[in-house]
Design a protein around this ligand. Structure first.
Ligand SMILES: NS(=O)(=O)c1c(F)c(F)c(S(=O)(=O)CCO)c(N[C@H]2CCc3ccccc32)c1F
Ligand SMILES: [Zn+2]
Length: 263
């Protein structure tokens, strides 16, 4: 079983003992700072196919003890990457009510409030995400940074279900909606680099696309994210709050991050 956590004896410093790739190369997340950024005019805007899901369809939202993740539909995929990548799931990383700085990627050393990841797998080369997740060209993850602003009705379509997935292994159905509503403005402006899963098994199998512009959610929505869920099961006598579920930034030496925008 996935016996790892973000705190205590099974925290990230211990991950490489059970999951050797976590101590290996190309680890994510990283800090984006100017001396590793290089403009690349070949970086095209991503194309999203099938993201506008009918409300007659449903997504399954589940608390897996590490994050809250929502399974997406196999009819959803992205083009204009080296291969076609089919959507698998989305999940979030966040901080805690006293320190809303829970993004995984940082920009010039600064954390954003939280971060959404949309995990896709290379469906041109692999039959499913499990076959793809340990291959160098297996996964493509889109990352969206969060900052505080006005109430966000699109994110509320997911957040309003948090009270039904408070504990590990609880799940709920979410009516379909246009997942493109979750994306920031200026999809043509992003950071691109080759990295890894940010949780065990930390396979170096991810083509990362981190959008330059954050999305805004309200303070109340962020507080709900930071206080709604537990890592433990509903009957656990020692409940553990699901907070600070982000990995520290990793060393990134002799490598470049490509940007699709000029400063
Ligand atoms: N930040 S991240 O994008 O690297 C990332 C996570 F942060 C994360 F929590 C998960 S998970 O599945 O919810 C729990 C750990 O497996 C995954 N899930 C990945 C890892 C293993 C796997 C297998 C099938 C589908 C998705 C994933 C993940 F890719
Ligand atoms: Zn993630």
């Amino acid at each position: 079983g996935s016996k790892w956590s973000y705190i205590g004896p099974d925290g990230e410093k211990a991950w490489p003992k059970k999951y050797p790739f976590c101590g290996g190369i190309f680890q994510s997340p990283i800090d984006f700072h100017k001396d590793i950024l290089q403009y690349d005019s070949n970086l095209l805007p991503l194309e999203f196919i099938g993201y506008n899901v009918s409300s007659t369809d449903q997504f399954t939202l589940i608390n897996n003890g590490h994050s809250v993740k929502m399974y997406l539909l196999p009819t959803m995929y992205i083009r204009s990457l080296p291969f076609e990548y089919t959507a698998s799931q989305l999940h979030l990383h966040w901080g805690n009510r006293n320190k809303s700085e829970g993004s995984e990627h940082t920009v010039s050393g600064k954390h954003f409030a939280a971060e959404l990841h949309i995990v896709h797998y290379n469906s041109e080369k692999y039959p499913d995400v499990t076959a793809a997740m340990d291959k160098a060209d297996g996964l493509a993850v889109l990352a969206i940074l969060f900052e505080i602003g006005p109430f966000n009705p699109s994110y509320e379509k997911i957040f309003r279900h948090f009270r039904n997935v408070k504990y590990k292994d609880q799940m709920v159905q979410v009516p379909g909606f246009n997942i493109q509503e979750l994306l920031p403005e200026r999809l043509d402006e992003y950071y691109r680099y080759e990295g890894s899963l940010t949780t065990p098994p930390c396979y170096p199998s991810v083509l990362w696309t981190v959008f330059r512009h954050p999305v805004k959610i309200s303070h109340e929505q962020l507080l709900a994210l930071e206080t709604a869920m537990y890592c433990t099961e509903s009957d656990d006598p020692e409940p553990l709050e699901m907070v600070d579920n982000f990995r520290k930034v990793q060393e990134f030496h002799e490598r470049l991050v490509f940007i699709s925008f000029r400063e």
